[in-house]
Design a protein around this ligand. Structure first.
Ligand code: SF4
Ligand code: SF4
Length: 189
């Protein structure tokens, strides 16, 4: 893939904003690519974690917010664990995601922000994720009720989804965590 990096001064790019939100120093990255080597999202995206860091170093601006990895990142933190310089690349993805939302940047197919919202909604309500509740809310919101519907019986049969919401969870504690972490609207954490 050809990557076009617009010429601009470093101060005009996103690097300072991202460093501030993520609490990282991207200048220490020396492109060893260990982050990309362990990232489970890499086979499914066009832009790798190390490439995102490099483009930030080179002064990339808002065009970086269209990168598919921002929405495909699983927040698994493998990149962080593998980075010899201790750069929390996962936090960089979080910061880019927050900026992409703020600036209404392009997103891949599907409504990822809605999906994330509905997922967190079920965790807040039931103390754990409740897949069927989340999927129903997502489908009602997007109007795509029949998308992937054919997979549902097989998932039920294999026990991948429970019909009833989770029970026995510590809902009070989870609600308290949400209440405590909600004020940071910028990062969603
Ligand atoms: S592992 Fe760390 S130092 Fe290596 S490319 Fe990734 S961010 Fe840079
Ligand atoms: S946190 Fe995201 S970018 Fe880092 S290894 Fe996991 S999926 Fe890849």
């Amino acid at each position: 893939m050809t990557v076009i990096i617009k010429k601009q001064t470093k101060s005009a790019g996103l690097i300072r904003t991202i460093e501030k939100i993520a609490g990282v120093d991207l200048s220490v990255c020396y492109q060893c690519q260990k982050c990309s080597g362990g990232c489970p999202a890499v086979p499914h995206v066009q832009t790798t974690p190390s490439e995102i860091v490099r483009r930030l170093q080179l002064g990339a601006g808002d065009e970086l917010l269209d990168s598919d990895l921002i929405w495909m990142c699983l927040s698994c933190k493998t990149c962080y664990a593998r980075c010899p310089m201790g750069i929390n690349v996962c936090a960089v993805m979080d910061a880019l995601r927050a900026l992409a939302l703020e600036k209404d940047a392009a997103r891949p197919d599907g409504d990822m922000p809605r999906f994330n919202r509905e997922f967190l909604g079920t965790v807040r309500r039931f103390g754990r994720s409740y897949d069927i509740g989340m999927i129903m809310a997502y489908k009602l919101g997007t109007g795509k009720l029949m998308d992937d519907a054919e997979k549902f019986p097989a998932m039920l049969k294999k026990g991948k989804m429970a019909l009833l919401p989770p029970s026995g969870t510590d809902r009070k504690t989870v609600k308290r965590i949400f209440a405590k972490t909600a004020p940071n609207k910028r990062t969603g954490k």
